[in-house]
Design a protein around this ligand. Structure first.
Ligand SMILES: [Zn+2]
Length: 170
């Protein structure tokens, strides 16, 4: 069995456990399960997308890490269903323990993505300088409310300098 199938099995196990324990969570659909391989974050619980994303490289360190990562993220989803928010506080810890987890933030940098991630937009001006513009200013430039952005080093970037490249900051 490949790693994604193993994770999916463990995911179903904790999802079922959570459904039996928490009616508010049972009233929500089964979260989408996705996978990624970059970075050191073991997993993500995405409230708005109603999705659990597991880092197959990090989670595959050991079966124990895998179980704790999946139950960690499902505990966040339960928390979202109960409170519309989640962190690593007392409430989340109690949920994680009830699912059989260690209630630890864990050493493998398990983090929760709260709401939407932040986008940045790559601009490259005529001089070849590059600058990542934040979402608010980018929107202003696209709407023509702002004509350009001047960086601390004095470089100027115009709306037409956007490279169409975008990155997401978590
Ligand atoms: Zn977390």
């Amino acid at each position: 069995m490949n790693i994604e199938a193993t994770i999916a099995d463990i995911f179903r196990e904790y999802d079922a456990k959570a459904r039996a324990l928490y009616p508010a969570y049972a009233g929500r659909p089964v979260p989408a399960l996705t996978f990624y391989t970059k970075g050191t974050t073991a997993g993500l619980a995405k409230h708005s997308a109603w999705e659990v994303s597991i880092n197959t490289y990090v989670a595959a360190q050991s079966l124990e890490v895998l179980h704790n990562t999946v139950s960690h993220e499902i505990a966040h989803m339960v928390d979202f269903a109960l409170r519309m928010r989640s962190g690593h506080d007392r409430v989340w810890k109690a949920i994680h323990r009830s699912l059989g987890g260690n209630a630890k933030r864990t050493a493998s940098n398990v983090t929760v993505q709260r709401g939407r991630a932040k986008n940045e937009y790559l601009y490259r001006n005529a001089a070849g300088a590059e600058f990542w513009v934040g979402p608010k200013y980018h929107a202003k430039m696209m709407k023509g409310i702002a004509s350009g952005v001047k960086t601390k080093s004095g470089q100027i970037f115009l709306a037409t300098d956007w490279t169409r490249q975008r990155r997401t900051i978590k």
